[in-house]
Design a protein around this ligand. Structure first.
Ligand SMILES: Nc1ncnc2c1ncn2[C@@H]1O[C@H](COP(=O)(O)OP(=O)(O)OP(=O)(O)O)[C@@H](O)[C@H]1O
Length: 291
């Protein structure tokens, strides 16, 4: 499913959570929506799901989503765990409700995920642990097979093996049933191999939208003699620097052309990749990032 956002703002009284944002997602990819706390991720996803009247436009495959039941049925937004369902409901009822609301729901897949995540089917949602409630959210999100599926911090409270099972399951199901999946997370490195495209927001504004591989290739760590590193990085966007004695490591952002690569070799500098998480940290600090 294609997503188009034009001039979107979300406001809560005087708080501007999303500030005149425009971007498009061509669809059928796993997108990472990355941003620091309070940057507007949840507000943006709520607007994409049609939960709120947009200031600006949000269209899904060309159709406005707000007050459009057909479009909203194509969307599944799993918000922070507590939202996964009414806490008084039994897990089995939550699955029945999912099946009733969504034409694309796969009930046998839902039950296999319930087994995988060891969620007691007959328990009330209120009796589940935090990690189990998160896993229930993931079950709803994946079994819905919605053309636009959004998972907002769905890993909260999951232990490491459960998170890894979640990532594997997500990737396998996406490959079998390609659709548009948007994941917001703070655990960027863990998820980074799954993400095809990354949307970074900060203070309600779009910082950048890029294919994950391209973004990774834009960051380089340069290490060597401090003076040589300074010479090499002159004129480049330096995200951070660390010195240890006469050795210096600098993170630079931007493509390095052949002449730079030759100069690095002449100076004996070491060039290495930067983790997506480190790039994210530097692109979103101080507020507004360093680009
Ligand atoms: N219901 C609300 N009323 C008032 N302000 C709100 C409300 N919901 C969110 N905000 C504010 O809007 C801004 C964006 O919040 P939002 O929850 O969208 O960010 P987020 O990126 O999802 O944050 P986090 O990563 O911490 O979950 C924040 O400043 C927040 O305080």
């Amino acid at each position: 499913m294609r997503v188009d956002v034009r001039g979107l703002s979300v406001r809560y009284g005087s708080v501007v959570a999303v500030d005149d944002m425009s971007f498009s997602l061509s669809g059928n990819k796993i997108y990472g929506l990355l941003g620091r706390n309070g940057s507007g991720k949840t507000s943006l996803m709520s607007a994409l799901a049609g939960y709120r009247k947009p200031l600006g436009a949000v269209t899904l495959d060309g159709a406005p989503v707000f007050e459009n039941a057909d479009a909203m049925r194509q969307v599944c937004l799993v918000r922070h765990t507590a939202d996964a369902a009414d806490k008084g409901d039994k897990v089995s009822y939550v699955l029945e409700y999912g099946a009733a609301w969504r034409e694309t729901w796969d009930n046998s897949y839902a039950l296999s995920l319930i087994d995988l995540f060891r969620i007691p089917l007959k328990s009330k949602v209120s009796a589940l642990s935090l990690g189990q409630r998160s896993a229930l959210g993931v079950v709803i999100g994946l079994a819905s097979r919605s053309p636009l599926t959004m998972l907002d911090e769905s890993h909260l409270g999951m232990d490491t093996p459960t998170r890894y099972a979640f990532y594997d399951t997500l990737l396998n199901d996406f490959m079998a049933h390609p659709r548009t999946i948007i994941i917001s997370t703070h655990l960027i490195e863990e998820l980074s191999s799954l993400l095809e495209e990354v949307v970074i927001i900060d203070s309600g504004r779009l910082v950048l939208q890029e294919e994950a591989d391209v973004l990774r290739s834009r960051g380089t760590e340069v290490t060597g003699n401090a003076g040589d590193v300074d010479e090499f990085t002159a004129g480049l966007t330096v995200l951070s620097e660390k010195s240890l004695g006469r050795t210096k490591a600098a993170m630079v952002y931007g493509a390095l052309d052949d002449s730079r690569l030759i100069r690095a070799r002449q100076l004996g500098l070491e060039l290495g990749p930067i983790a997506l998480q480190d790039l994210f940290v530097h692109l979103t600090e101080p507020v507004g990032g360093k680009l």
